[in-house]
Design a protein around this ligand. Structure first.
Ligand code: NAD
Length: 492
């Protein structure tokens, strides 16, 4: 029996995880969890509603007020977070297979780009637990003034389907390091690894009620969390459309604070003097890794006119050889899109690109050869002759679709790079160090990669400019999202 068959056989229907207990939704409904690569039903999870969110928030609030976690000795908290990372590591293979089966990404990507960063997030924030403290501030008059950095309270984590475990860990690990209690709402398409995470946190000794998971739809469970009067903060990754709703919900409820990571339309800028081989590799995997369902995808390729045709030609040749297929086969290079709905969305964008006059160089359709017939596979797609104002150059496609644009000089490259509503990440390829730094200063984005792409480290902040959102995940900057500053004055 293969690892995936074994895991599938042992998949029980998921349960909500509230106050350390596995529970059904109060109203009894369930959501099907489907393998997008095969169309098979994997299992079901509860269709959590507002009443379930109420129970989860009450459990989180009670644990917070009882100080079962935040009042624990810091060294014990540190050890608990470290132990979570160790348990995740022990279950790395199982989690990678599960992530691959619910999301359609290759098992190799699920292990290296989803589970491993999640493990590292718990290790990294374990190290922060004993280093989060305030200051003593010299003030006028006979006073002692100091600050306390206190946990913000009950945190709602609303996370997407593209890196389900990694992004959950990006929210949960720093929130726990700061002493918060959490209610996590995974995507309705990929809820299984979040439920596993809750189990493993319990196994590591996290007290009941500190991490709760409510599965359910965005419009019901997500909305209830966003509108809840007893949730102090929402940490969100997903679409701009949902972010607007979260901002409204905060205004309509208790002005809970928000951090928002909302994707991008990121420029990867190639100058003729760069290391072309390295740039080609980065341009290729920048768009086709995780079948293009990455907020930091290198979806706009800006190539200098002198090398444009050669560069794009080479990418097309490579795309035609990309091995698309069974995500659980370790030799597969690109898996299935997450759902039929996402695949249709991508195909609609491809249609729009053709209608607006971009030149389709390769791909451009669903891949239905052989065993792929039942899955939601899209052929790796490259458009050239894309103009900056075309819909495919402005909107986030979230699929394996690369848009190549030509530029004359650095000034024009910056203008094109900055001409979308997004500003998440960007990259510049050149050996000219002055040019590279000028570009880094002029591009409006939360990350600029010079002669590299998708540089990530748990220690380095990640987040957007403009409508790519605000607030930062990762690094010490994430701690600001989960703490309040209290100023204490003592008359001497
Ligand atoms: P989404 O924003 O709808 O979903 C993200 C999360 O928000 C899910 O858990 C969802 O259940 C929840 N949600 C949805 N509506 C909600 C509401 N009204 N209140 C509270 N929570 C709600 O994103 P999606 O539908 O999964 O994807 C749509 C598009 O969003 C993608 O094609 C892509 O462009 C973008 N996206 C971006 C990222 C990213 O990493 N930045 C991730 C996923 C999707």
């Amino acid at each position: 029996m293969t690892a995936s068959e074994d895991i599938k056989q042992h998949l029980h229907p998921g349960k909500l995880f509230i106050d350390g207990r596995r529970e059904d939704a109060e109203r009894g409904g369930v959501i099907d969890v489907v393998n997008p690569a095969t169309g098979d039903l994997l299992t079901t999870v509860p269709d959590g509603a507002a009443c379930d969110v109420d129970r989860a928030v009450a459990a989180a609030r009670a644990s917070f007020e009882r100080k079962t976690w935040r009042g624990m000795d810091p060294s014990r908290k540190e050890k608990t977070l470290w132990d979570i990372s160790e348990i995740l590591l022990k279950h790395r293979e199982e989690l990678a297979v599960l992530e691959s089966m619910e999301n359609g990404k290759t098992v190799r990507e699920a292990g290296g780009a989803d589970v491993d960063p999640a493990i590292d997030a718990f290790r990294y924030y374990a190290g922060w637990v004993r280093k989060i403290y305030g200051e003593t501030i010299p003030v006028d008059g006979p006073f002692l003034n100091y600050t306390l950095r206190e946990p913000v309270g009950v945190v709602g984590g609303i996370v997407p389907w593209n890196y389900p475990l990694q992004i959950a860990a990006w929210k949960v690990a720093p929130a726990l390091a700061c002493g918060c209690s959490v209610v996590l709402k995974p995507s309705e398409w990929t809820p299984l690894t979040a439920l596993k995470l809750a189990e493993y946190c319990q196994e590591a000794g996290l007290p009941d009620g500190v991490l709760n998971v409510v599965t359910g739809y965005g419009q019901t469970a997500g909305e209830a969390l966003a509108l809840h009067m007893d949730v102090d903060k929402i940490s969100f990754t997903g679409s701009i459309r949902t972010a607007r709703r979260l901002l409204q919900a905060s205004g309509e409820s208790n002005l809970k604070r928000l951090s928002l990571e909302l994707g991008g339309k990121s420029p990867n800028i190639i100058f003729p003097d760069c290391d072309i081989d390295a740039a080609l590799k980065s341009a290729f995997w920048g768009i086709f890794a995780n079948k293009g369902e990455i907020c930091s995808a290198a979806s706009r390729l800006l190539v200098h006119e002198d090398i444009h045709d050669r560069f794009v030609g080479e990418l097309v040749a490579r795309a035609q050889k990309l091995k698309v297929g069974d995500p659980l086969d370790k030799s597969t290079q690109m898996g299935s899109q997450v759902s039929g709905r996402q695949m249709e969305r991508i195909l609609d964008y491809i249609k729009s690109g053709k209608e607006e006059g971009a030149k389709l160089e390769c791909g451009g359709e669903r891949d239905i050869e052989g065993a792929k017939a039942k899955g939601f596979f899209v052929k790796p797609t490259i458009f050239s002759e894309v103009k900056p104002d075309m819909k495919i150059a402005q909107e986030e496609i979230f699929g394996p679709v690369l848009c190549a644009l030509k530029f004359r000089d650095a000034e024009e490259a910056v203008e094109i790079a900055n001409c979308t509503i997004y500003g998440l990440v960007s990259a510049v390829w050149t050996r000219d160090i002055k040019l590279a730094h000028r570009m880094a200063a002029d591009i409006k984005a939360g990350s600029v990669w010079i002669n590299t792409y998708n540089g990530f480290d748990t220690a380095s902040p990640f987040g957007g400019y403009k409508q790519s959102g605000f607030g930062r995940d990762l690094g010490s900057y994430a701690l600001e999202q989960y703490t309040n500053i209290k100023s204490v004055w003592v008359a001497l």
